[in-house]
Design a protein around this ligand. Structure first.
Ligand code: HEC
Length: 146
């Protein structure tokens, strides 16, 4: 009788230990998964360098100054920004092109964006402004060795 009961006790102890170990393992696993999901450590997100080369926004070809992002957002959905960049006009001329697109090409009402867009266009794509860079001023002449 004594032997039987101690064998039973041992079985109970073993079972309890196994259950305990399983609980710890399961808890650890659940914790690990939760950790992965919640990710309490802020993963540093590398900010990609703005794709601007030689002062031009690479995606649109627009001069990357002032409100170019606004122009890019409103004006490059139907055609490339290059179509814009190859045109020159005064503020009135740009407004005329916008009105023409609104009347014939389904361009939407630009609302509050119209004025800054016109500012940008008439500043960066004004008549007489070429897309070529200005001539070098300090070219740095040097003597040819003979
Ligand atoms: C809803 C579509 C749409 C949007 C948005 C749009 N355009 Fe246009 N645009 C056109 C179409 C269509 C043409 C004619 C394209 C062609 O001739 O190949 C055009 C032509 C042009 C031209 C050439 C005009 C010419 O005389 O050759 C310029 C410059 C231009 N758009 C500038 C802009 C600017 C600036 C914006 C933002 C305010 C803009 N577009 C937004 C549809 C659009």
């Amino acid at each position: 009788m004594k032997n039987q009961s101690s064998a039973r006790e041992r079985l109970i102890v073993r079972l309890s230990v196994s259950v305990l170990v399983l609980c710890i393992l399961a808890g650890g696993l659940a914790g690990g998964i939760l950790w992965m999901i919640v990710d309490p450590v802020e993963t540093p997100i590398a900010t990609p360098a703005p794709p601007i080369v030689n002062g031009l926004d690479v995606e649109s070809g627009l001069i990357a100054e002032g409100d170019y992002q606004l122009v890019k957002a409103q004006c490059t959905g139907c055609h490339s920004g290059k179509l814009i960049a190859q045109n020159r006009a005064t503020r009135a001329g740009w407004l005329e092109m916008i009105r023409w697109m609104q009347e014939t090409q389904n361009l939407w009402d630009l609302g509050a964006a119209e004025s800054p867009i016109l500012d940008y266009l008439s500043t960066h794509y004004a008549p007489g402004r070429t897309s070529r860079r200005a001539p070098l001023e300090d070219a740095g002449w040097y003597d040819l060795e003979r």
